[in-house]
Write a protein that binds this ligand. Structure first.
Ligand SMILES: Cc1cc2nc3c(=O)[nH]c(=O)nc-3n(C[C@H](O)[C@H](O)[C@H](O)COP(=O)(O)O)c2cc1C
Length: 219
């Protein structure tokens, strides 16, 4: 039998002159969150536009899925964080069924990362801290928008914004009780590297008893 040469993925980071070769999980390392942080940093360095955009998939209790884009707000105590309205469609689905998935795709690197786990509200302290650091216009918007509810017109939204601005005139904007962080605690993380001839590399990490188990998946 003819032995094929071992395939190697090589990613040239534009402008950096850095070349990376990934051939096996050994070269990636044992901790998927550290790998993710390194990949995210590379994606942001290559192209900061929407490097932090990720698709969040949720599902109702009877298994009807829905997906939308949200922004990544960092890792905190082993969880992937994002912020949203707790009463939105995603918020309601997560309160019924916390099982969720997040997907990043970075075209410039030809890489994808998938997370699966339970997404639960972040602590009030985390959400308060994050909310306090937002621009005032975003704070006002969080109060004014009943996210995912039908609204009669743009004028209605603008009237609500004016109302909220008047309510908080001259004072700090408190965090709405219906708005805050979510933390997805990953149980499964997959790193996908685009390769020639669709023979992509897929490295799966699943959480066992505290430790992560690694395996390679067929493309
Ligand atoms: C690039 C981008 C980033 C977004 N970031 C967020 C976000 O961080 N949080 C959020 O609630 N919605 C975000 N949205 C809007 C959501 O995609 C979605 O429209 C909204 O959250 C309502 O979703 P739902 O009705 O399924 O709950 C973003 C949309 C885009 C296109």
């Amino acid at each position: 039998m003819r032995v094929r040469p071992r395939r190697r993925a090589r990613f040239e980071l534009v402008g950096s002159g850095v070349s990376h070769t990934y051939t096996s999980p050994d070269t990636l390392g044992p901790d998927p969150l550290s790998i993710f942080e390194a990949w995210f940093a590379e994606a942001r360095a290559l192209d900061p536009r929407f490097a932090d955009a990720m698709t969040l998939a949720t599902a109702t209790l009877d298994g009807r899925p829905s997906a939308r884009t949200v922004l990544y707000k960092g890792l905190h105590e082993g969880a992937v964080c994002f912020v949203s309205n707790y009463e939105s469609r995603k918020g309601q689905e997560l309160s019924q069924n916390p099982h969720a998935a997040l997907v990043f795709f970075w075209a410039g690197l030809n890489r994808q990362v998938r997370f699966e786990g339970r997404a639960v509200p972040a602590s009030s302290a985390w959400s308060d801290r994050y909310f306090a650091a937002r621009a005032r216009s975003s704070q006002i918007g969080a109060w004014a928008s009943a996210q995912s509810q039908v609204i009669a017109s743009r004028d209605v939204l603008e009237a609500r914004i004016a109302e909220v601005e008047a309510r908080f005139d001259g004072q700090p904007v408190a965090r709405p009780p219906f708005w805050g962080g979510f933390r997805l605690v990953p149980e499964r993380v997959e790193f996908w590297l685009g390769q020639d001839a669709r023979l992509h590399d897929r490295h799966l990490y699943t959480r066992g008893d505290g430790d992560w188990a690694q395996s390679r998946l067929s493309p």
